[in-house]
Design a protein around this ligand. Structure first.
Ligand code: ZN
Length: 272
């Protein structure tokens, strides 16, 4: 068994096919060398930046939950669209859970600058499709702002800003507990299911809580730290999470994400 095969022996079975392929063709942008990266970059090769956060996720999930999800989701997306994945940006904008133990936050302004400066660098390298995938909803305001600024500077580059496409709509098909909010999912039945599918070794189901937080009527209309309505950072019943629900939600949102990226690949091809 070669060194690479030995390394692969410890990898979960679902990714082995992808890994085998990538042993010749790297998916990691930074795994390439300065001699090989130029051959991988092309206008229609999407480059994906996984964006996460370090924030409270209850007693059963680690602070780096969104980083694990973003990194592993981005690799699966890259495999579907023949893209490259950048190293994960492990910090995000964490207002809502900012006063919980362990949470760390960047301002929207800082996060926007990071997106724009990385986008400029990628543009100079020849990249024309830049995909920002965030597993943390709080990052989306800054990512969208960064994407708009890049659009204003380089009309021939497409920057996508995405969270799992259609997640809440799809979650309605599998959830057994009510959603705490129309768009937030956090350390609950849904996000814990995503973790059970993508990063099960980081979930401690014995510590999963069943919560039913009541958000105040003004929560969407005025700055509302979540410490006002939860002591645990768990927005729902994490005990109902299953790997099966996670598989459905990840695979279905991935299909949608891949379709959006493929659409942009066609657009870029039609002008180059
Ligand atoms: Zn999260």
């Amino acid at each position: 068994m070669g060194r690479e095969e030995k390394q692969m022996a410890g990898v979960d079975r679902g990714t082995v096919g992808v890994m085998a392929e990538s042993s010749k063709l790297h998916m990691g942008y930074a795994e390439e060398t300065c001699f090989t990266i130029g051959k991988r970059i092309a206008a229609d090769v999407p480059v994906i930046l996984p964006v996460g956060a370090v924030e409270a996720h209850g007693p059963h999930l680690p602070l780096e939950t969104d980083n694990l999800l973003a990194a592993r989701y981005a690799r699966r997306l890259a495999a579907l669209v023949n893209g490259l994945v950048l190293p994960t940006l492990p910090f995000g904008q964490v207002f809502s859970l900012g006063d919980f133990p362990g949470s760390l936050s960047l301002s929207n302004e800082t996060l926007t600058r990071i997106v724009v400066e990385l986008g400029e660098g990628l543009y100079r390298q020849g990249v024309r499709i830049f995909v920002l995938f965030s597993a943390h909803l709080g990052n989306l305001t800054a990512l969208k702002e960064g994407a708009r600024e890049l659009w204003a500077r380089h009309r021939d580059m497409c920057t996508l800003h995405m969270f799992y496409p259609d997640l809440q709509k799809l979650a309605a098909n599998v959830r057994e507990s009510p959603a705490a909010h129309v768009s937030y999912i956090h350390a609950c039945e849904i996000e814990t299911s995503l973790m059970l599918y993508l990063a099960p070794e980081h979930v401690d189901m014995a510590k999963a809580l069943a919560e039913d937080p009541k958000l105040p009527i003004d929560a969407d209309y005025t700055p509302t730290p979540w410490s006002e309505f939860t002591q645990t950072a768990v927005l729902g019943n994490a005990r109902l999470a299953t790997e099966e629900k996670g598989r459905y939600l990840i695979e279905e949102t991935l299909k949608r994400a891949a379709a959006i990226v493929e659409y942009e690949k066609e657009r870029v091809r039609s002008v180059s």
